[in-house]
Design a binder for this molecule. Sequence first.
Ligand code: SF4
Length: 168
Amino acid sequence: MNESFFDQLLTKIKSWGRINSPWVIHYNSGSCNGCDIEILDTLTPRHDIERFGIKLQGSPRHADVLVCTGPVTRQSRERLIRTYEQMPEPKFVIAVGSCSLEGGVFHGCYNICGGIDKVIPVDAFIPGCPPRPEAIINGIVALLESLNAPTAAKPQDKENVEWIENAA
Ligand code: SF4
């Protein structure tokens, strides 16, 4: 059945609202806290991420974007899945830090399931150990731009990740 004009208009307005005011929730599935500190720094007025309409949200039921750090430990696996499932559609996942890609320095540990995409689908990868706030902002903005233009490439393809040098 074809969507009515009203339904199409409503979908466009919802999409416009989501892109201009994405609410994010942060989940640490086993990180050393280095990436989490950088995310906190990103949220401070110094970097002013609210200029993109981005707001930290405490409940997954109100969040559009799940920002994950660290590898996935066996202990946090179920909680990560539950958090993801509680988010409303459409939802997006950003994996921050090299541990969230493949396990990083924790790769091969007995209690690690692997990167975030071993457990839930990931839309954007932001490599680095830890990535700087500028790289995190760049990744989020690239994801938002890709939502605006569905044919555009996603910010980071895991198969072709460019490692960002963290200059002192
Ligand atoms: S990527 Fe580096 S800073 Fe981030 S959780 Fe892993 S070890 Fe820690």
